[in-house]
Design a protein around this ligand. Structure first.
Ligand code: ZN
Length: 202
């Protein structure tokens, strides 16, 4: 499986990192080796002094598709989830300034937290509330209504370039409030009030 991530999909997060608003979705990938194994802690890698959490709504693909039209995109997933796109912000800033690819900062081992999935059926996907808690305080509070590109638009866009396969996961971008993790932090995520993951930082 592959993990396709969307960058800069929430205006306030674009502003907090002083990025430019993109004309098209910003896409990057994580390999399957980036997945943090269930119940494992996240170990801050030695190559970074500034690893940030980014909570994101996830979409799990359940049909093979390429050049999917937006109006049919809903047929390609029936579960949504919540996860974290861990980012070595110091490395990313350095790579960005040199115009280099972001993989070292975004796709390292353990950088993809994939929490539980729930059926999309009972929810308005364009009005999903989600929250990240750090040690029981809310640090990110998002709603998919604020996405620049909605889930179905993202699937249509991404599938122009990459064939989507069963089991692929799309990380749909983070809202404002990203920040640094420290050893012993506990991060937990809720989607529409449901607990989706809990991670200890080491
Ligand atoms: Zn992200």
């Amino acid at each position: 499986m592959k993990i396709i991530c969307i960058g800069r999909n929430y205006t306030k997060h674009i502003e907090e990192l002083a990025n430019e608003k993109p004309e098209n979705p910003v896409i990057f990938m994580k390999p399957d080796s980036a997945i943090l194994l269930k119940n494992n802690p996240f170990v801050i890698p030695s190559f970074s002094n500034d690893v940030h959490y980014e909570v994101e709504v996830l979409v799990k693909i359940n049909r093979l598709g390429k050049h999917i039209q937006e109006q049919f995109a809903y047929k390609y997933y029936d579960e949504i989830g919540l996860g974290i796109d861990f980012t070595a912000r110091d490395l990313q800033s350095d790579l960005k300034s040199k115009g280099l690819p972001w993989e070292k900062a975004k796709a390292f081992d353990g950088s993809a937290v994939i929490g539980n999935f729930i059926s999309k059926e009972d929810f308005d996907l364009n009005n999903l509330n989600f929250k990240l808690f750090k040690n029981d305080s809310v640090v990110q509070n998002g709603n998919t209504a604020n996405m620049l590109w909605k889930i179905d638009e993202l699937i249509a866009y991404v599938s122009q370039f990459f064939t989507l396969k069963i089991g692929d996961v799309i990380f749909t971008g983070t809202p404002a409030g990203v920040g640094k993790v420290e050893p012993n932090d506990i991060l937990s995520g809720k989607l529409e009030g449901e607990k989706m993951f809990k991670i200890k930082i080491k």
